[in-house]
Design a protein around this ligand. Sequence first.
Ligand code: ADP
Ligand code: MG
Length: 724
Amino acid sequence: MLSPDTPISELQGIGPVRRAAFEKLGIFIAKDLIMHFPRGYQHRGDVKKLSEAQFEENSAFILTVGTIPRTETISRQKRMSLTKFNAFDESGKVSVVFFNRPYLSRDRIFEVGSRYRFYGKLTKYNNRLTLNSPIFEPYKEGIPLPEFVPIYPLTAGLKQKFTASCIEGVISSFERNPILYETIPEYIRRKAGICSFIEAARAIHFPKSYEDIEKGRRYFVFSELLSFALCIEAIKTDNRNFEHNVAVFKKTKQLADEFASSLSFTLTGAQKKAISNISADLSSGNRMDRLIYGDVGSGKTVCAVAAAYMAAKNGWQTAFLVPTEVLAAQHYSNIEPMLAKAGIKTALLTGSVKPSQKKIIYHGIEGGDIDVCIGTHALLSEGVGFKRLGLTITDEQHRFGVRQRSTLTQQTLHDISPHILVMSATPIPRTLALIIYGDLKSSAIDELPPGRQKVDTFVVNSGYHERLISFIKKLTAEGQQVYVICPAVGTLTDELSEEDLVGGDIIPFPESIDSPRDGLGELKSAVRYGQTLQEELPELKIGILHGKMSSAEKDRVMSSFASGETQVLVATTVIEVGIDVPNATLMIIENAERFGLSQLHQLRGRVGRGKLKSYCVLVSDTKSETAVRRLNIMKETNDGFKIAETDLNMRGPGEFLPRRDGSAMQHGISDFGLTLSTDTETLYLAMNLARELLAYDPKLEKPENKLLGKEIQHKLNSNIAALN
Ligand code: ADP
Ligand code: MG
């Protein structure tokens, strides 16, 4: 019998190659398979007559084969062939066409008179119906075919059918002894009105109805929110029980003024207020636990630097934690000179720093020569022991697991607990801020530095490409720079399996059921877009930036853009956080419907950072009304808080919750695209039940809560493990 922790290599049909492919998706053990949720479903049970089907939309048909399939070669050089036959139902007939699958006629797959369920797009050409490369399943009266077919996010080397059968295998095995796998105690499930784990697993992977999908979704959403709430409570308890001495800071107010007057600009009112909050916290004798949050470009960094300044002047070191290498490097180049003026030594420590150089930095940290160390999670790795750590700053906190705050606070050679400052660029709706950062006091930076202009925003379809090209030409001729953001990295096969591409539209999970997400086949990829753009604009220097490049390559591309040598930067969302190139005035976002509003807002915040008029163009061919409505909100407002609020209402809190680790491949809440305000209610419900649960069993050690306790512990630990 399988246990949730059984390695997938012990499952049937999973050899080293498929195991490696699954591992790429973050699937290591049996339970991971269950938690690998479909990104949508094909509703193949919704069978249409040929006469009633919509064109250009995926539909299911039950058809009888009318003619023998024939294969003709269309291009010998390119080895292209076409296999064709006629099929019919009582309402009409259709020509079924397959490209490059000659075996379909050779192996006599389709006998005249046999029946199949087909699933694909119907087109009409010269008054003739055609069904192009449909999916097909033999159809026999009385033998039911599945109503919904799950479509999984996959990677090269995996197929939909095989993946589904692995998941089905695990579910079937678990069903033999369901109680073993249930993490949520019965009475909590009753109060939350959710089904059991195993019912939910079957419902979400192999639904028989829309109600099933909702039932399954509800369980996993609640389960994720409950664990989340329990983790937060555990951390709060940890913090309360923290009995170290706190780093002592003196004369913070005077130091804050000193720092402010060393700047080349005047602080905004909101910045002054945040810095005065910080200086009061630091000299209060208690540990500071403060969140600074505010819109992109509101100037949070300088507030954090003020804190680092106060620390250094009190003889304390600061660890400045940043989610990406690119951002770390940029922070370093901004902050280093700001502090060097005052004799404060700043270092940069990331994964790509050479081992010899690393040693030197470690040495400086341990010896106390380095006052401020900026870095990615490499900063959290073992071997970094601060001599006198007095302050930790975490930028873009929502990217990190919550527990890391505690890790870093314990990572010091002395017995003193550092102060904690967290910055978030996601203007979080207040309710959510309370929940996520419930253990922190907060300062909102709700005022932009003077002279910022509104970024004019447009929503267009890909028919505007030519005009965009002219616009790029015009702006770059004036010496300005342009970003283009694409949702995918490279050639499509890099990230999507072939099957993903033939499947076409599916019923999407993240959006409402009546608004099919656009076909993955049309996803713009940064590499290809960059190459095409270079051909269209040979006179310009175009850079390409994505997460699969080495850090050194990324740095090279970024600094070339920052210096103005590269005029157009085609990138994936690696550039999302914090990048600051004031000369960039146009942000083009391809497949804009693929991004959350808050993410679009973050991306848009990359322009309009200087004095020049700036523009943001959202390119989307989406037909979904909801998606169009969402994009139009971007036109209406530049206020991040308002956008976040709308996003919360339209998509739920998924986007705002901390991710389990820094990687893109995570499962959990954010994959669900929690919808509508009902999920916000679920969030509150989960928070309440978590507290109730802990009041009665604080360590989750009663038999009925044991599994849940184990899961929470695992979550808290893996947040740390993922980073080491
Ligand atoms: P974010 O809040 O997005 O992290 P940053 O801290 O990167 O914003 O600040 C954005 C830009 O604004 C930086 O170039 C910074 O130097 C500048 N800036 C910050 N505060 C002020 C201010 N009070 N006046 C003018 N420019 C400022
Ligand atoms: Mg920032």
